[in-house]
Design a protein around this ligand. Structure first.
Ligand code: ADP
Ligand code: MG
Length: 152
């Protein structure tokens, strides 16, 4: 990244906060947000169960060139990697029980990989392991099918 001589407006700041009314809209928002992502970035997705984190990941991954069909909640596997224009590491650390378990996952490498983007569900479980350059997104319920996506 570095310091740009021009004024730079992060597209995320103009797209967010956003309201979506369906899973399809949340996925579409993810695709647009992905346009601003560079290899090496880490995105932390906060929100309750069912808030739409995985749905948003599906859009983000699709925007990075992955097949959205392959994006499922890695709750039991903890991490899945999707091939694409930019490889995507999708982590769900909801069930993680210890720092050692995070290490066993190869967390360091996953977050440090300069050629991939890492997307993390339940980042509050590993807050102190997130890099300083992490981007935070928060999803909240607005009624049954509405969701608000904001910078976290
Ligand atoms: P999380 O990963 O946060 O637990 P998921 O993305 O797996 O959440 O699930 C979100 C659920 O909410 C899905 O069943 C989806 O169909 C539903 N849903 C309803 N409205 C929306 C919306 N606007 N955006 C995302 N998901 C929605
Ligand atoms: Mg999920």
């Amino acid at each position: 990244m570095g310091v740009s001589p021009r004024m730079h407006v992060d597209p995320w700041a103009t797209l967010l906060p956003a309201r979506t009314a369906s899973p399809e809209e949340t996925e579409a928002l993810g695709r647009r947000l992905a346009e601003a992502l560079e290899p090496g970035e880490v995105v932390a997705l906060y929100g309750d169960l069912g808030a739409g984190k995985t749905c948003l990941v599906r859009g983000l991954a699709a925007g990075l060139g992955a097949d959205p069909e392959g994006v499922t909640s890695p709750t039991f596997t903890l991490v899945q990697t999707y091939a694409g224009r930019v490889p995507v590491h999708h982590l769900d650390v909801y069930r993680i029980e210890s720092e050692a378990a995070l290490d066993a996952l190869g967390l360091e490498e996953l977050l440090d990989s300069e050629d991939a983007v890492a997307l993390v569900e339940w980042p509050e479980r590993m807050e102190d392991r997130l890099p300083r350059h992490v981007r935070r997104l928060r999803l909240t319920h607005v009624g049954r099918a509405g969701r608000e996506v904001s910078l976290g």
